[in-house]
Write a protein that binds this ligand. Structure first.
Ligand SMILES: [Zn+2]
Length: 372
């Protein structure tokens, strides 16, 4: 995009300071919508720095918004983690963790201290827009205070809080990630199951109301908690914010063709939320069949033995209970050992192979409970 439309502005957001005292910044695109009442959208990519496919998706989205001004405001921060972005070890990124202290870059978003029951009582008769503004202001004040109290802030925490303030203004939060060597899948809060369908992923993991430091959870937790508090008092309200983590395949990989499908799926969802106009091509990019899974179907599998690992399955393959899906060698005893598990499942990602210690993260799988 050589020249941007007047409703798209580019700015630099300060997220840290280098050892020369210079600002460390990220690029932020702000797309002004046509309608102040339409839903506002926040999209970021690459908080886990090696997870870069979201940026290929963002290029497509920016092209789209360049052609067509959205109804609601859209804020996009690609490559939102400049610390991780430039931290390579050999040929690869340190990636998911701060190389200096092991902080997972997606675990330090702020969980506000709010008594949701009292808040709901106080706003039992408030209009939706009124209580939404009050809740946003409260969260914003708490995150801002935490940012100002900055002698306690690690790099990850400061980065997360800074992004959270941007995301807080949105009704829709899309955090673009990838897994290691993986298929596409979506983390959706339970309540958003129906709207998540429009994102067109084949596999959707439904999560409960919790806030353990990731952006998706920090995004929906206050709104879901408030909705639940209203329900207890007999007021039926929707959850006002949709917040998802999109897993867009494998890390350290840019796939243009796949990005076309992925961005069309996002546009399909945005069309169902009245942020943009609908288009048949978006719908056609969506999966025809969607598998929904609850959280306890998701299993990270770790190495029970050290050895040299080879897999006979790839991401996207299913396997049966007790099926041999890999093999490892233990050279200390010149042994070859077969790998099988006491459950059937679907391989979401192959996390590692080759020379691994006991306890290494091997696979992420979705357990097929009906066959296990
Ligand atoms: Zn990630």
């Amino acid at each position: 995009m050589r020249e941007m439309k007047s409703y798209i502005t580019k700015s630099l957001l300060e997220v840290g300071q280098n050892a020369s005292g210079e600002a460390v910044t990220v690029t932020k695109y702000s797309i002004k919508g046509q309608d102040d009442k339409a839903k506002k959208v926040y999209i970021q990519a690459s908080m886990h720095a090696s997870e870069i496919q979201g940026n290929a998706v963002i290029i497509n989205l920016l092209k789209h918004f360049h052609e067509e001004q959205p109804q609601g405001d859209v804020t996009i921060i690609p490559q939102c983690n400049p610390f991780g972005r430039d931290m390579l070890i050999g040929a690869g990124h340190q990636g998911r963790f701060d190389a200096t202290n092991g902080d997972n870059w997606n675990r330090y978003y702020f969980k506000p201290e709010i008594d949701y029951k009292s808040f709901a009582k106080e706003h039992l008769k408030s209009a939706q827009a009124e209580y939404a503004t009050a809740l946003r202001n409260e969260i914003s004040a708490q995150v801002t205070a935490a940012l100002n109290n900055d002698f306690g802030l690690s790099r990850a925490r400061r980065l997360n809080y800074t992004m959270q303030l941007e995301a807080l203004q949105a009704d829709i939060i899309l955090d673009l990630h990838t897994d290691s060597l993986a298929i596409d899948y979506l983390y959706s809060p339970q309540y958003a199951k129906n709207s998540a369908e429009a994102l067109g992923f084949e596999h959707v993991l439904l999560i409960e109301n919790k806030c353990n430091g990731s952006l998706d959870e920090a995004g929906f937790y206050p709104w879901w908690s408030l909705q639940q508090a209203f329900t207890q008092l007999g007021r039926n309200e929707p959850v006002l914010v949709d917040s998802f983590t999109l897993e867009l395949g494998s890390e350290e990989l840019i796939e243009h063709k796949k990005a076309q499908i992925q961005s069309n799926r996002i546009l399909n969802y945005l069309a169902t939320q009245q942020v943009i106009a609908a288009n048949k091509a978006y719908k056609e990019a969506c999966a025809k069949h969607i598998g929904f899974y609850d959280e306890d179907s998701f299993q990270a599998v770790y190495a029970q033995s050290g050895g040299l690992y080879e897999w006979f399955v790839a991401a996207g393959d299913t396997f049966d209970k007790d099926q041999i899906i890999g093999r490892y060698l233990q050279m200390a005893d010149a042994k070859e050992c077969e790998i099988s598990y006491p459950f059937a499942g679907l391989v979401i990602s192959v996390h590692s192979k080759g020379a691994l210690q006991r306890g290494s993260h091997l696979l992420n799988v979705i357990i097929n409970k009906s066959q296990s």
